[in-house]
Ligand binder design. Structure first.
Ligand SMILES: CC(=O)SCCNC(=O)CCNC(=O)[C@H](O)C(C)(C)COP(=O)(O)OP(=O)(O)OC[C@H]1O[C@@H](n2cnc3c(N)ncnc32)[C@H](O)[C@@H]1OP(=O)(O)O
Ligand SMILES: CC(C)C(=O)C(=O)O
Length: 571
């Protein structure tokens, strides 16, 4: 019996009353305004905040991706941030169509310092915040609701005046009631309206109202309800840009942002790959690519995602998880057999209909759209099946195994994978294929052959030179084609062989092209596969029969010659 239940110290979130909510019926048809807060909220959560060099690299990357609003720091808080803002402005590093945003607390000396940092900026967003949540009012600030409003109003008054004193800058004002989601909704509206009453936004000069889920405390539908409730109740909604700033404490930051946009959010603040305080800010890459897969271009360029990820890893000194949506090193890779089979079939269909709507099983997005190749889509280990093995042989070695042969060969590969207990590369699979089908050249080997035919006769006559148990001999036969003649010749020499199935194709191109033949034969009471390659298709088919006979007669090795050493060499 559980005597003590620690969960009793928590209470469920109390939902806002919105029975006629509209957001569940909407879908996102246009992207929101994006604001990157990597250089501020992301940076303030790093073990070692970025230096100038890393900040500049990340800023340049954000511009290149297409962000038009970038929160570049908290210049009144640190000299590094102050200097960075000055460098951006003085060295003219901000494109004309990009606004730099800076954060400040609602305190007079910090606001003054913020404006010092922004002197000469072309386009700037001044972002001021104070906490409005009841616990913060009581525990952190010791203020009443009225005093809380007073802090915001005084700061806004000062900011408005400072903006008017510097008309050479195109200013935008942003206010955040910090911890919006745990603030009483009517109080959130009241304080925003008080701030707007001072700033006096219009439809032509809109003010950004940023509604943060500073700490994510409820399921994302609650955030959407709050956003819709706020948008319906706040005065002069049309003069406000409603901005969302979700964090990810419950792991649902992306969902909260998406539902928040459906509920009326115009703008999203977040970071690349979700860096940020605690579990992070909402991940803009995932949000943007989620939109993309719904047919809505996000207006951000993630068409070559890997270098973006590496640059962000360098700047943040934090790794991106290999399973991170759309970008992690493993997200376009299938190891498991049934997934590989479906992907292989989907890819084959796509080759036939390259302009069709995307529909490759298990791949929510075409890897090419984010600059990834198909090469790593299928990788093989002990969880894999014939689909993956055949896919790799086909894609990387030009070997198109017939279905039944691929079933047999996948068992060979499975044995190797189980034995090694790790991934096996396409080079190792190829080696296993060679060992199993092409390298077994005793007791039979083909030394040469000659074909002839009588004029007007459909029959061909074959004379083949073979090595059998180290002894060279000549055998002869006649048939409707070279392979049939060879089988007859073998029968005449006392070998009971019959062709069950046969496939061939050419492999490689130009001077390197060769033929590859696959046979399934009945030898004695056994059905056995063989494979042969040669410049000539006739020799390839005869070698395939020899390969089958050798496999029939040899004591089957339990697994081909793939070892830990060849694993190292093949990598
Ligand atoms: C949710 C967020 O991400 S908000 C952004 C958080 N980011 C940061 O804090 C990073 C940068 N911050 C800093 O470097 C520092 O906090 C500074 C330089 C801004 C201020 O430093 P200090 O003056 O030493 O204050 P401190 O860091 O202790 O902050 C607490 C004080 O600020 C006050 N305060 C905090 N936020 C606000 C606000 N938004 N508006 C007004 N006052 C505020 C508190 O009441 C407290 O005042 P008190 O000392 O009189 O009790
Ligand atoms: C300053 C505000 C917007 C913030 O970062 C938060 O609430 O998370």
């Amino acid at each position: 019996m559980m005597l003590d239940n620690p969960a009793t110290k928590y209470r469920p979130f109390v939902a806002v009353d919105l029975p006629d909510r509209q957001w569940p019926n909407r879908r996102i048809e246009t992207p929101p305004q994006w604001c990157s807060v990597d250089l501020r909220d992301g940076n303030q959560a790093l073990i070692d905040p970025m230096d100038q060099e890393r900040k500049q690299r990340l800023f340049d990357l954000l511009v290149k991706i297409g962000f038009k609003q970038i929160e570049v720091g908290f210049p009144s808080a640190s000299q590094t941030d102050f200097d960075f803002v000055r460098t951006l402005i003085e060295q003219d590093k901000v494109p004309d169509d990009v606004a730099i945003q800076v954060l400040t607390q609602a305190r007079p000396h910090l606001i003054d310092r913020t404006f010092e940092a922004l002197k000469g900026a072309k386009n700037a967003i001044v972002h001021v915040y104070n906490a409005t949540d009841p616990v913060f009012r009581r525990v952190v600030f010791h203020v009443s609701k009225e005093e809380c409003i007073e802090i915001a109003v005084e700061a806004t008054t000062q900011i408005r005046r400072r903006m008017e004193e510097a008309p050479e800058t195109h200013w935008t004002f942003q206010y955040s009631p910090e911890l919006f989601t745990t603030t009483e909704m009517d109080f959130a509206v009241e304080i925003v309206e008080a701030v707007a009453g001072v700033y006096r936004p219009t439809v032509d000069k809109r003010m950004i109202v940023n509604l943060p889920a500073t700490v994510e405390v409820a399921t994302p539908n609650n955030y959407a309800d709050q956003i819709e409730w706020f948008c319906r109740h706040v005065a002069n909604r049309e003069s406000l840009i409603v901005s969302l700033h979700p964090h990810n404490d419950r792991g649902t930051g992306v969902a909260a942002a998406e539902l928040g946009i459906m509920a009326g959010g115009d703008r999203v603040e977040g970071t690349l790959f979700g860096n940020g305080e605690r579990t992070g800010n909402v991940d803009i890459v995932t949000l943007a690519m989620n939109l993309y897969t719904q047919g809505v271009h996000p207006g951000l360029d993630f068409s070559n995602i890997t270098p973006i990820m590496r640059e962000v890893e360098h700047c943040n000194q934090l790794p991106v998880h290999p399973r991170h949506p759309y970008v992690g090193d493993l997200v376009f890779t299938a190891f498991s057999g049934s997934h590989q089979d479906a992907i292989k079939k989907g890819m084959a269909e796509r080759r036939e209909h390259p302009d069709a709507v995307w529909g490759v099983p298990y791949l929510p997005i075409d890897p090419l759209d984010v600059g990834r190749s198909y090469e790593a889509v299928i990788r093989v280990n002990s969880q894999s099946g014939k689909g993956g093995v055949s896919y790799l042989l086909e894609q990387e070695h030009g070997i198109e195994l017939p279905r039944r042969l691929s079933m047999e060969f996948s068992q060979v590969v499975q044995e190797v994978a189980d034995r090694l207990g790790r991934e096996i590369t396409s080079q190792m699979i190829y080696q296993a294929f060679v060992d199993e089908y092409l390298a077994k050249v005793s007791p039979f080997a083909l030394a040469g052959h000659r074909l002839s035919s009588e004029p007007d006769s459909p029959k061909v006559h074959l004379e083949a030179t073979i090595d059998e148990d180290g002894e060279r001999r000549t055998i002869q036969g006649e048939g409707n084609g070279p392979l049939a003649a060879f089988i007859k010749a073998l029968a005449a020499a006392g070998h009971d062989v019959e062709i069950i199935d046969y496939h061939e194709h050419s492999r490689g191109q130009g001077a390197d092209a060769e033929a590859i033949a696959y046979v399934e034969v009945r030898a004695g009471n056994e059905a056995v596969f063989g494979v042969g390659t040669d410049e000539s298709i006739t020799s390839a088919s005869m070698k395939a029969v020899m390969s089958a006979l050798n496999r029939h007669l040899s004591t089957r090795a339990p697994a081909p010659n793939v070892t830990e050493d060849s694993l190292a060499g093949a990598k």
